[in-house]
Design a protein around this ligand. Structure first.
Ligand code: BES
Ligand code: ZN
Ligand code: ZN
Length: 476
């Protein structure tokens, strides 16, 4: 979507007018009759009025009173989604946005919501052109939002769209190797360092977790390293972002059932997608922060040579794992990446993974399950970012006792816990491979939606990108 700026209203465009309870409508471009119609709607508790002026539409939305700044922003994003639907329904291509509100974070959030709602994944439709949203341009006032604010937002949204598209791509396109190639293309386009290791190199590095998950597959694994190191980085030691890149999770020999389970598992690389999208956003916006991204990638399949429950696997850091369920594959590949991260002496490592059904069971799609060993102020900064962008962080209890749940009879640990606290025991497994401040984010509930949820849409949400961008921007 394109954004342009004007200094004065009245271009005879279709228009969205955003008001609140303080609006008298006098400052808006509505004429007396139109204002009267809107006020009459308001008296009937109708918040959304659609006015026809000649061949043009005027959409007037009255925002509710917010309890907090974060809630106000989220309301504005959701209202923007409602407006986006109407603009596209009326086949409007260019709309002017008129704010009759003062709160600048609500204004920006409205534009963000409008942009995020306009996402589509049409690649595989024969008649994609017919399905394309009509809305291609919004017109804003230069005195209300700055060009810099909008450019920053465009770059963030572009990162979110990249992440959504990667998640929406099926395995028939997005194999581990294709993921690496896609990241390579992006790295050249936006400007960050990138390399990936092939199976030979992964074998030489003794990444036993990644190799064992890949054993049942025909396609080779990859291990991807992204780096952005601006000259004036504010951090001496890098922040490392690790993303689970299971391009498809059949469960392996511990095969998943199809309905509402395996059929959603092209999304099992959403952690990887979040890392890639975050890189796009931070590099395009030139944030002064040194960040490294690590993405172990493979599919998880029950091929002839697949690893079997009971196998003992030697991991990258030399520890051994009794693998008792091949569907707990995410932790196997992440463990190697977390161990590999050690060499960077990171100030903080954050991993993102669609790791457990238990995280979905615990809090559904309304938040991100979090835990880890990072300092309180690091976790608190992440929580603040989460509330601001409405990718909320729900910190789990992380008692020492949970560690005993993954004790094995014959190896250093097993790859499953008991029937309870599944998302936490997965975290405890990962912790064994970390020797630095670390936060684990289980995005299983938030990464992929089977029904539409406002500006997040349906299917891949790109969760993590807006969260990490805001966190890294404000990192102290
Ligand atoms: N990719 C799944 C987790 C998942 C479930 C993601 C639902 C998104 C939606 C993961 O690899 C998995 O299968 N985890 C198992 C672990 C269990 C075998 C210990 C699970 O949660 O059932
Ligand atoms: Zn699995
Ligand atoms: Zn998985």
């Amino acid at each position: 979507m394109k954004t342009s700026f004007i200094s004065k209203s009245g271009n005879n465009l279709d228009m969205v007018i955003i008001c609140n309870d303080k609006s008298t409508l006098q400052k808006t471009p509505l004429d007396d009759l139109e204002s009267k119609q809107v006020k009459s709607d308001w008296s009937k508790k109708i918040k959304f009025s659609i006015i026809t002026r000649g061949s043009k539409k005027l959409l007037v939305y009255k925002l509710d009173v917010a309890k907090s700044m974060d809630q106000g922003s989220e309301m504005a994003r959701r209202v923007a989604c409602v407006c986006n639907k109407e603009l596209n329904r009326y086949k409007i291509s260019k709309a002017e946005i008129f704010f009759d509100i003062d709160n600048s974070s609500e204004k920006l959030a409205f534009v963000e919501g409008l942009m995020l709602s306009n996402y589509q994944f049409l690649k595989y439709f024969s008649e994609a052109a017919d399905k394309k949203n009509s809305l291609v341009e919004i017109v804003l006032y230069s005195n209300q939002l700055t060009k810099n604010e909008i450019t920053e937002l465009e770059h963030i949204v572009s990162g979110v769209f990249t992440a959504r598209t990667l998640v929406n791509e099926p395995l028939s396109y997005l194999t581990a190797l294709q993921l690496s190639k896609d990241i390579e293309v992006l790295s050249k386009k936006v400007g960050f360092r990138f390399q990936y290791f092939d199976k030979k190199k992964i074998t030489a590095l003794k990444m036993g977790g990644l190799l064992s998950v890949n054993k049942g597959s025909i396609d080779p694994p990859t291990f991807n390293i992204l780096e952005y190191k601006p000259a004036k980085a504010k951090n001496k030691q890098p922040i490392v972002l690790v993303g689970k890149g299971v391009v498809y999770d059949t469960g392996g020999l511990s095969l998943k059932p199809t309905p509402n389970s395996m059929d959603l598992m092209k999304s099992d690389m959403a952690g990887a997608a979040a890392v890639v999208g975050t890189f796009e956003a931070i590099v395009k916006n030139q944030l002064p922060i040194h960040v490294i991204g690590l993405i172990p990638a493979t599919d998880n399949r029950p091929g002839e040579n697949a690893y079997v429950p009971g196998d003992v696997i030697k991991m990258h850091n030399g520890m051994t794992v009794e693998m008792l369920n091949s569907d707990a594959e995410g932790r196997m590949i992440l463990a190697d990446a977390l161990s590999y991260a050690q060499q960077y002496k990171p100030s903080l490592v954050i991993d993102l993974a669609t790791l457990t059904g238990a995280a979905v069971a615990a809090i559904g799609k309304e938040g991100i399950v979090a835990m880890g060993t990072a300092k309180d102020n690091q976790m608190n900064q992440l929580k603040t970012a989460g509330s601001k962008v409405h990718e909320r962080i729900a910190e789990m209890p992380y008692y020492d006792e949970y560690d005993s749940y993954i004790k094995s009879d014959i190896a250093d640990m097993k790859n499953i816990g008991g029937p309870t606290a599944g998302c936490i025991t997965a975290g405890k497994f990962l912790e064994r491979y970390t020797k630095y401040d670390w936060i684990h984010l289980d995005i299983a509930g938030t990464a992929f939606l089977t029904s539409e949820d406002t500006y997040k849409g349906k299917n891949g949400t790109g969760v993590g990108v807006r969260l990490l961008y805001d966190f890294l921007k404000n990192y102290k």
